[in-house]
Design a protein around this ligand. Structure first.
Ligand SMILES: Cc1ncc(COP(=O)(O)O)c(C=O)c1O
Length: 349
């Protein structure tokens, strides 16, 4: 397949902005109207008065090694939310193109489509919350540019079948965006290694979840180098700031500590399931490969407001298709989970 054919014509022709720090990073830098006298605050020896590396070379290299993919297949954004937005900018012609979103899923895909005036075809997940491949293929046409597969899926918590995703890659001419924000909590492995085999596969990852770094806004994607080139072409020149990039690099040096935290979250998830199963309000707890649980209760509104009154904030997902009376609960610390369980028990039937 030719990825160029999926790109918006104006983006193919676009002459991108050439930023100062792309050309020179050393010498007497009088080219970017920075403040040569320095900055009033300091962080980790960084020259905060200077614009950051536009392509985050060091961090990109480190992420590529970690995921075991070539560096030119990695793009870094200010969170994966920025990457979702950039994908729309590159590939979707407003009011012409469309995307397919298997739902219920992460709401940002639909909002991003709305922002870019791109129409959405929704395909309902089946009763096991797996992709309905035949229906998704049926929903596509020659103007379908992207299909969003969130795996593990937010809010249902399950991993989608690999074979189904590969089938979508071959059966459609669209980009298959696999959002793996929660993959580290799953028993299954990432699809990042398959982007070479499937040039229309884009795998999104983030440091916001398993790395515990939601505050620094670092997301990344792995995709065919042509897709990466186009993302670089449309992004803001300095989309990732130097403080975040530096903190991310530091964190990536501590994989053992993070493995331990992932293990603890998995154990807490198991404990939470065991304890919630016997709470009278709880009808069903869906199996989870993520750091949250989707729980069907007798009365979602009642549960939500009682917990809010107790200062515990969960997410009511009961307005989503197939999720009647479902709430999504993030796995907290052991102490937080104990408080939650106690409050849930107090609600009664
Ligand atoms: C499925 C999914 N993708 C992406 C994100 C956002 O990731 P980031 O913080 O990297 O923008 C979230 C956040 O909740 C999410 O649930």
């Amino acid at each position: 397949m030719n990825i160029e054919n999926l790109v918006r014509p104006n983006i193919t022709q676009l002459k991108p902005y050439r930023s100062a720090r792309q050309d020179h990073t050393g010498g007497i830098l009088l080219d970017a109207n920075e403040n040569a006298f320095g900055s009033p605050v300091f962080f980790d020896g960084l020259e905060l008065n200077r614009y950051p590396d536009p392509y985050q070379s060091g961090l990109r290299e480190r992420l590529a090694i970690m995921v075991d993919v070539p560096k030119d297949t990695v793009f870094i954004g200010a969170g994966s939310d920025e990457i979702i937005d950039l994908l729309f900018r590159v590939f979707c012609e407003p009011s012409v193109d469309n995307v397919v979103i298997p739902e219920p899923t992460y709401g940002i895909y639909r909002v991003a489509a709305g922002i870019h005036n791109v129409s959405v075809s929704s395909s309902l997940l089946n009763d096991d919350f797996q992709l309905d491949v035949a229906d998704i293929v049926r929903q596509t046409n020659e103007s379908t540019k992207m299909i969003f597969c969130c795996s593990p899926n937010n809010p249902t918590g399950n991993v989608f079948s690999k074979e189904d995703i590969f089938q979508l890659c071959t059966a459609t001419g669209a980009l298959i965006i696999v959002d793996e924000a929660y993959v580290e909590f799953a028993g299954s492995t990432s699809l990042a290694g398959y982007v070479e085999a499937y040039p229309n596969l884009v795998v999104m990852r983030t440091l916001s979840k398993s790395w515990g770094l939601a505050g620094i806004r670092i997301g990344y994607c792995i995709a065919h180098p042509t897709i990466i080139e186009y993302l670089n072409k449309v992004k803001a020149p300095y989309n990732v700031n130097s403080v975040s990039a530096s903190l991310a690099l530091k964190a990536l040096e501590e994989p053992k500590e993070r493995e331990q935290i992932i293990q603890t979250i998995r154990e807490e998830r198991k404990r939470l399931v065991e304890r919630l199963q016997i709470v009278p309000q709880v009808q069903h707890i869906y199996p989870s490969d993520a750091n949250f649980l989707l729980v069907r209760v007798n009365n979602a509104k009642k549960v939500y407001s009682k917990l809010i009154n107790d200062g515990i904030v969960i997410r009511d997902r009961s307005n989503e298709p197939k999720l009647d009376n479902c709430v999504r609960i993030t796995v907290g610390t052991s102490e937080q989970n104990d408080v939650l369980i106690q409050a849930m028990e107090e609600i009664g039937e």
